[in-house]
Write a protein that binds this ligand. Structure first.
Ligand code: NAP
Length: 488
């Protein structure tokens, strides 16, 4: 007779696809269930864990990355197994997982970018900011990308925190980046950068900016860059002014205050200039084969029927000569094979984290759950994922109690390992990642950086194998002549 599900003889087996914050918070909440024995297997297509904490958070924001210490505690618990370098949809399919798990949680984030839908968007020199971010963070898929930093004039579209990261990296001096974990090829390219003028283009006003206070403040603290805000842009329309005065949105009120300080201070004479522009929308990226200019329309702000201020184009246009454009208008999710997807929102349709066959009216898909950006869209800071993942795990646990999870025929982690071995997949365990982690930290020491990242998957695999072989040789030598080694 099979033991009761969720007990030591028959653990509740959950596969988590993706090892970013939302996946780890889901694992953490599952591990916290005291009356439940659970086995968590986490899959990631890269050999390295942590998703956007490694591949998205800016290199000069190291403190934020210390959140991985909490993820390491989850990953080193005995009921957790990491299947790194295993791609869902290629190495392993949903049809495979249903044979081995009672539930699957998709935690894959939003892996693409939102489009602006304007002519010239795909000209050479016009890039989604998400690609630049992945490039300077040494993401293996983007390490070979090229950005023409010989250009003096650059436009960054959007007023979110990703735009702030991109602007800062473009405007920083090499000294400000040396002691970070920025990819070395990016540091080298930025050392030779000719970027002088960065035009930041927001379609709405200062009070509607999506950036947060520390991120806009940082732009005023760079060694070599002045931030330039026109006092005219801070003459708010009556609705925005009322919103800011009400103090109801403390971030917006403070953002406007910070921008006012910048306007008051004016150009500080530093060689690089960051021009903040508000109420302008790109209507065309102009160029013959490559970006030469960006055409903007001036917007006015009008309230919709819910009172939200929207950008409405006027008949006033201007053209700014730029040779490089970063479109920082948001991330967008990608569909996973065999999993429902809502193309419009770029998310997996769900009800409190339980996957639905289609948005709103769909039926629940037994055993399938979703967390993070692929559940709710690309918004919020790392910590936002915690309550979001807790909600999904609570939904999963309610289904568990109601006996509505999957019934796997081969519920074992060993069976999954055997399947992947049979398919010739070189799986990277969490212990393997730990080896790579140490190697990266050692490589960073020469420039006083927290680590020097590998940006090539094959090189990562070779580095792990070589270090393991070295450790085995040492252990063998130690076993053969323990006294001699001790004397050394
Ligand atoms: P975001 O915060 O949603 O900002 C997107 C920006 O693009 C907004 O200013 C938006 O303007 C604008 N936009 C959208 N469509 C546009 C269009 N067609 N034309 C012109 N502008 C357009 O997205 P994000 O910057 O990618 O950031 C994603 C999430 O990650 C956010 O929650 C962010 O806070 C977070 N994040 C946090 C940090 C940090 O904590 N340091 C760092 C990076 C990212 P509207 O407001 O008018 O729509």
């Amino acid at each position: 007779m099979t033991a009761q599900l969720g007990t030591p003889d028959n653990p509740l087996r959950v596969a988590i696809i993706g090892s970013g914050p939302s996946g780890f918070y889901a694992a953490d909440h599952l591990q916290k269930q005291r009356d439940l024995t659970v086995q968590i297997d986490m899959f990631d297509r890269l050999p390295t864990p942590y998703g956007l904490v490694r591949g998205g958070v800016a290199p000069d924001h190291q403190k934020i990355k210390s959140v991985t210490k909490a993820y390491d505690r989850v990953a080193t618990a005995p009921n957790f197994h990491f299947f790194g370098h295993v791609e869902f949809g290629k190495d392993v399919m949903r049809d495979d997982l249903v044979k081995h798990y009672h539930a699957i949680i998709y935690a894959v984030g939003a892996q693409s970018d939102r489009r602006m839908g304007i002519p010239g968007e795909d000209l050479s020199g016009s890039h989604p900011a998400t690609e630049f971010v992945a490039w300077y963070n040494a993401h293996p898929d983007f390490a070979h990308f090229q950005f023409d930093l010989s250009q003096e004039n650059v436009a960054v579209v959007g007023l979110g925190n990703v735009a702030m990261d991109v602007i800062r990296i473009l405007a920083c001096t090499p000294d400000e980046l040396t002691e970070t974990d920025i990819a070395d090829y990016a540091l080298d390219a930025l050392k030779h950068s000719s970027v002088k003028n960065i035009y930041v283009l927001g379609r709405r006003g200062p009070a509607q900016s999506a950036f947060t206070n520390p991120e806009i403040k940082e732009l005023g603290e760079l060694d070599d860059a002045s931030i330039i805000v026109s006092p005219d842009d801070l003459q708010l329309d009556p609705i925005s002014q009322q919103y800011v005065d009400s103090g109801e949105d403390k971030v917006a009120t403070k953002n406007v205050e910070i921008l006012k300080e910048f306007a008051l201070q004016g150009d500080t004479g530093k060689p690089r200039k960051i021009y903040m522009r508000f109420c302008v929308s790109p209507v065309e990226i102009i160029g013959d084969g490559k970006v030469e200019a960006i055409k903007l329309v001036k917007n006015e702000l009008v309230a919709d029927d819910k009172g939200n201020l929207k950008a409405k184009p006027t008949d006033q246009f201007e053209t700014i000569p730029v040779g490089l454009v970063f479109r920082s208008v948001g991330y967008h999710g990608r569909a996973l094979p065999g999993v429902p997807f809502d193309d419009r929102s770029g998310t997996i349709p769900n009800d409190k984290g339980h996957v639905l066959t289609e948005a709103k009216t769909g039926q629940p898909v037994p055993g399938d759950y979703v967390v993070g950006w692929i559940k709710r869209g690309p918004s919020g800071i790392i910590g936002t994922n915690k309550p979001d993942s807790v909600e999904t795990v609570e939904t999963l646990l309610a289904d568990f109690r109601a006996g509505q999870l999957l019934t796997p025929t081969a519920p074992s982690t060993e069976a999954v390992q055997a399947l992947l071995q049979e398919r010739g997949v070189r799986v990277v365990s969490f212990a393997d990642w730990h080896i790579l982690d140490i190697i990266e930290q050692e490589r960073g020491e020469f420039r006083n950086a927290p680590r020097r990242k590998f940006s090539n998957v094959d090189e990562m695999l070779v580095a792990i194998a070589e270090r393991k072989a070295e450790q085995e040789r040492l252990q063998a030598a130690q076993a053969a002549a323990p006294d001699a080694m001790a004397a050394d």
